[in-house]
Design a protein around this ligand. Structure first.
Ligand code: ADP
Ligand code: MG
Length: 593
């Protein structure tokens, strides 16, 4: 027999397995979801690669997943006809932590512990292949990649620091392509090897998998069989009657075993949106993106005409790395399909601009070529049109949240993604009209609840022509700024821009509903109340004082002037009309520090 090679796990794998087993012990059943999701990924990869290389699926095995539960022996076998793994891939993928799901799991575990922890939540996260060891004492992976002419067997025990790899030699176990995973269940977990239980789990966890999942089930059909219901003795006596006696029949159930299709394979986005419930959309979201919270909004639509595609988009309830998440353009948030074939979820601004990259969803197009490459995506006119439509739909969704009666929803959204929209103001001039109404700020008349620009405009004084703002590092310091005095006296509302990005965002917008944004800390603030006679008189009286102060301060200030903007403070430092505001100076200093 060919040699069996023993290989040590990378250190972090053993640690991860400990973590998984210890934190998920009450939610063991997730193992099935994880293995099915890997099988589905492997089938996706095969289907995608065979578009350009039909050789790959030449052996014609159907693309499906089959789960066999052997109750007596406590063994579950899960087979897929996907891309399989080469020997090297077995080492790289199953002996090392390479993957996304696990990183997310580790973070969730930490957050959850920090938050004082509910273990059930954790079960919702992708933890990957190693979750097999939640229920199995031994796991065997026999796999054949089209890239290799040999089939290999990977095997490991739970609680082991190593695994083995050998060639598959048993002709009965040879498969044309794909992966067969065998779980030898732990004594206390043998109950999972129950066909009915497996069927329930598949229905519960994996109904949105787009490949057929078959489970081995006992079935029955009723048939009619003839029966002799005469007692044996009377038979002998009445031999003459026999020909006249009617034949009696009875129904019996004939039992047999067969593969049974267990999931729904019609993708949800192909269904009529009128027939899909919110709960179904939410569930699709949670299962597709491995999330445990429902989205804030969803939108299911079909576009026709120039470019045709179907899509379901979602606004997530939280930012993945928390509010301080740097806005990342590379995400795996949009899954692109072409004619139902999964193409990619690896985008870099092709379908959404950076500031909207938090939107999640699926997009299925009939107009793109199946072998669409990154270069094609970047240059395609079709993709550009798709992007426009997707962006519009995303804005509609966000606007929908902002108009909802439930104010908290939008507060939550703003808390998580406000920064993204402000970035949008800076980067996407074309969408200013859509972005501006979504912005929220504190103001001198609303220090605790943020207001929209529409609310500001509604609240403007009849003679007021501009939208006033002051940039500062907090509401407290904004409201104590001497610049505010005159405006407060006149009951003019002032927006408090307290986030570093606010000022640049507002300056990019320039105006809202034909009202200019005006920084009250700049010189020349005109509140429309100039009294030239009075000013001339004051100038005469204090002109020399100003000259004297300027002389004393020298280069520290550009000029010293008489101002009508204060009511109780004796003086104030203002920025030049064309210079940076004090806030900007502070920011620039911070960045160069
Ligand atoms: P993830 O699915 O997030 O990548 P997993 O731990 O679930 O992480 O799986 C690790 C890797 O092992 C996968 O990325 C894939 O390369 C490989 N793998 C797992 N199961 C299969 C399978 N059934 N067929 C082919 N490759 C697989
Ligand atoms: Mg996985």
């Amino acid at each position: 027999p060919p040699p069996v090679e023993k290989i040590e796990y990378k250190a972090e794998v053993s640690r991860l397995m400990d973590l998984i087993v210890n934190s998920l012990y009450s939610n063991k059943e997730v193992f099935l979801r994880e293995l099915i999701s890997n099988a589905s990924d492997a089938l996706d990869k095969l289907r995608y690669l065979s578009v350009t290389n039909p050789e790959l699926s030449k052996d014609a095995a159907d693309l499906d997943i089959r789960i066999y539960a052997d109750k007596e022996n406590g063994v579950i076998t899960l087979t897929d006809s996907g891309i399989g793994m080469t020997r090297q891939e077995l080492v790289d993928c199953l002996g090392t932590i390479a993957q996304s799901g696990t990183a997310k799991f580790m973070k969730a575990l930490k957050d959850n512990k920090d938050a004082g922890g509910d273990n059930n939540l954790i079960g919702q996260f992708g933890v990957g292949f190693y979750s097999a060891f939640l229920v199995a004492e031994r796991v065997t992976v026999s796999t054949k990649s089209p890239k290799s002419d040999k089939q290999y067997v990977w095997e490991s025990e739970a609680d082991s620091s190593s695994y083995t790899i050998r060639e598959e030699t048993d002709p009965q176990l040879v498969i044309p392509r794909g992966t067969r995973i065998t779980l030898h269940l732990k004594r206390d977990d043998k109950g999972f090897a129950d066909p009915e239980r497996i069927q329930k789990l598949v229905k519960n966890y994996s109904q949105f998998v787009s490949f057929p999942i078959y489970t081995w089930q006992e079935k029955g059909y009723t048939k009619e069989v003839e029966v002799d219901d005469e007692p044996a003795e009377s038979k002998k006596d009445d031999q003459d009657d026999q020909t006249e006696r009617k034949k009696k029949t009875k129904k019996v159930v004939e039992r047999y075993w067969d593969w049974e299709l267990t999931n729904e394979t019609q993708p949800i986005w192909l269904r009529n949106s009128k027939e899909v419930t919110t709960e179904e959309y939410n569930e699709f979201y949670r299962k597709t993106f491995n999330e445990y919270l429902d989205p804030l909004a969803s939108s299911h639509f079909t576009t026709e005409g120039e470019v045709e595609f179907r899509s379901i988009l979602y606004v997530p309830p939280v930012s993945p790395m928390g509010k301080d998440d740097v806005v990342n353009q590379k995400t795996k948030n949009i899954r692109l399909y072409v004619k139902r074939v999964f193409i990619s979820d690896d985008f870099d601004g092709e379908l959404f601009p950076r500031y909207l990259s938090f939107i999640k969803g699926v997009v299925d197009s009939n107009d793109l070529p199946l072998n669409v490459s990154r270069e094609i995506l970047q240059e395609s006119r079709i993709v550009r049109i798709m992007k426009k439509r997707l962006v519009k739909k995303a804005f509609d969704m966000i606007l929908g949240i902002s108009l909802s009666e439930n104010r908290e929803d939008y507060e939550k959204f703003w808390d998580n993604f406000g920064k993204h929209l402000k970035l949008g103001c800076i980067e996407d001039r074309e969408n200013h009209k859509r972005l501006a109404p979504l912005l929220r700020f504190f103001s001198s008349q609303s220090e605790n609840d943020m207001i929209s620009l529409d609310e500001y405009v509604e609240n403007m004084k009849a003679e007021q022509k501009a939208i006033y703002y002051i940039a500062s590092d907090s509401v407290t310091s904004a409201k104590n700024a001497p610049f505010l005095e005159k405006l407060m006296e006149k009951e003019l509302e002032v927006l408090y821009l307290v986030e570093p990005i606010d000022e640049v965002a507002i300056q990019s917008l320039k105006s809202y509903k034909d009202k200019d944004f005006i920084d009250i800390s700049k010189e020349d603030l005109d509140l429309g109340d100039k009294n030239e006679e009075k000013e001339a008189a004051v100038k005469k009286e204090f002109g020399q004082t100003c000259d004297w102060i300027k002389k004393r301060l020298g280069d520290k200030v550009a000029s010293v002037q008489i101002s009508s903007r204060l009511s109780s403070s004796p003086c104030v430092l203002v920025s030049g009309k064309f210079g940076w505001s004090a806030n900007m100076e502070r920011l620039m200093k911070q960045q160069s520090a």
